[in-house]
Write a protein of this length. Structure first.
Length: 190
């Protein structure tokens, strides 16, 4: 991607871009997992908010041309330092590209990408709903599923004694009995 212009954003545009950054980060699954699971410690939510502020500062305070590779490295480093997380799923690159495109749009007065993100269902609700749907599917089994399923009968080796009575333990000549293994303790013989 070409370097982004280092033109300054107006205060109004900066506020919209800040909202856009927060929206992008709120939809970044890796970051949300890190926050929900406390990978950054007790302050994980605050660290997520700080990341949004740091990204805004990265864009607004740079006097040099902005390159996507630099943003990717910045995001990688922030996730490693703040959340002890190495992101290897390609999402850092996707998030960086989204932010660069959004920044270019804001420089041109185009806030369409921010509007689209604003109108999308929040990620947390989408994840929660998908978990509910998948849980509903696993709780119920239909007759169709059961009729298509082929079930093999378990093969029992001949030497396995399933229901044979176990021999009673006879006390030794001195009157002592051998204690049964732990799995059989508590059961009364016979």
């Amino acid at each position: 991607m070409e370097p982004s212009n280092s033109r300054a954003l107006s205060p109004e545009t900066l506020a919209k871009f800040s909202e856009g950054i927060a929206l992008v980060l709120s939809r970044w699954t890796a970051l949300q997992m890190a926050v929900e699971n406390g990978w950054g410690g007790r302050e994980s939510r605050q660290k997520s908010s700080n990341l949004a502020d740091s990204v805004l500062s990265w864009f607004s305070q740079s006097s040099d041309a902005l390159y996507i590779d630099d943003l990717e490295n910045f995001l990688d480093e922030e996730m490693a330092v703040s959340f002890n997380t190495e992101i290897e799923d390609g999402s850092v690159e996707e998030v960086a590209e989204q932010l660069m495109v959004m920044h270019e749009g804001c420089l041109e007065g185009n806030y369409e990408s921010i509007e689209k993100l604003r109108n999308l269902l929040p990620l947390a609700n989408a994840v929660r709903q998908s978990k509910e749907v998948s849980n509903d599917d696993t709780d119920e089994s239909s007759d169709e599923e059961a009729s298509d399923m082929v079930v093999d009968e378990p093969v029992m080796p001949k030497e396995m004694a399933v229901n044979k009575p176990k021999p009673r333990e006879m006390p030794d000549e001195d009157g002592w009995s051998v204690v049964a293994p732990k799995r059989n303790r508590g059961r009364k013989p016979g």
